[in-house]
Design a binder for this molecule. Structure first.
Ligand SMILES: NC(=O)c1ccc[n+]([C@@H]2O[C@H](COP(=O)([O-])OP(=O)(O)OC[C@H]3O[C@@H](n4cnc5c(N)ncnc54)[C@H](O)[C@@H]3O)[C@@H](O)[C@H]2O)c1
Length: 275
């Protein structure tokens, strides 16, 4: 039994993907970054990976976030539970050092974080100030590149790196603004990193979910209209859940997906194929 985040394994009532019977990822160890609460996409990913048998390291933003994330880390039986604010010097290195010390290797990383200051996100791309642009790109894109850099030496037998993107990288989505620019850079970074790391058996993917009502999404004006549009236009006529995103992400971490890399995988009910 792992050491736990709150000293007890809470949330026993919440089943971990009841349909997942086969422990397809048994023996794999991964880092999940971006759980804020039980609506987070990172939580959907963590639940799926755990349900398939993977062992997880989980991070939380800061002390304020810790109380929300700790019960979730407990439910995941995460043996590593650490703070990670990517703006705090040394914290990212500390997470990878602990993983190196405790596990000596890593099979996957899920990067599910993004941030843009309100004044940058809510204005026109044309008007974005340098500071807001740099912060947006730093947290939402560069940190994925840095995590790959730190993960590479731990992925001696290969591995998979995931980042969360959005359709606003490809088309102009109302109110997505500068984050669309950051996601376009993120998807390009995924392709370059996939080319660079492929010979080492390390695969790199962007996952592009349809809109989900999370805390991050609450910073986007008129988000409800985006949800309504997604529901109406997607061929399957329904919104995606964080579990849908989690299971698709977990599939790509499986050895059976070893010849897939550099992909932007849409989990959006088919929305992106429609005009
Ligand atoms: N919600 C959507 O509709 C949607 C759709 C497609 C892609 N995404 C992407 O999914 C990812 C996860 O977002 P979410 O929707 O689950 O929202 P969320 O609010 O649950 O997660 C965002 C996470 O980013 C973390 N974060 C922000 N600044 C950070 C920092 N400085 N250091 C470390 N962590 C930091 C937050 O702590 C939080 O855990 C983001 O990349 C987002 O752009 C979201």
């Amino acid at each position: 039994m792992s050491s736990s985040a709150t000293g007890r394994h809470a949330n026993k009532t919440s089943p971990l993907i009841p349909a997942a019977k086969a422990k397809l990822l048994e023996g794999k160890k991964g880092l999940i970054v971006g759980i804020a609460n039980d609506q987070s996409i990172a939580w959907g990913c963590a639940r799926a990976f755990r349900a398939f048998g993977a062992e997880l390291a989980v991070t939380y933003l800061n002390d304020k976030a810790k109380k929300h994330v700790a019960p979730l880390a407990d439910a995941l039986e995460a043996p590593i539970f650490m703070p990670l604010d990517v703006n705090a010097p040394g914290q990212m290195e500390a997470v990878f050092e602990r993983i190196a010390k405790e596990w000596g290797r890593l099979d996957f990383v899920v990067h599910s974080i993004a941030f843009s200051p309100k004044e940058a996100l809510h204005g026109r791309v044309v008007d974005v100030q340098r500071d807001g642009f740099l912060t947006t790109m730093d947290v939402s894109c560069w940190t994925f590149m840095r995590m790959a850099h730190l993960a590479e030496p731990l992925m001696k037998k290969g591995g998979t790196l995931f980042a969360m993107s959005y359709y606003g990288s490809q088309r102009v989505v109302k109110n997505y603004n500068i984050m669309g620019v950051a996601k376009a850079a993120l998807e390009a970074a995924v392709r370059y990193m996939a080319a660079e790391l492929g010979p080492k058996g390390i695969r790199v993917h962007a996952i592009s979910p349809g809109p989900l009502a999370t805390r991050a999404a609450s910073g986007i004006p008129e988000f409800d209209a985006l949800l309504d549009k997604a529901r109406g236009k997607a061929p399957v006529r329904s919104l995606v859940s964080i579990d849908d995103v989690g299971v698709a992400t977990a599939f790509l971490a499986h050895d059976a997906a070893r010849l897939m890399t550099g992909e932007t995988l849409y989990v959006d009910g088919g929305y992106h194929i429609m005009d």
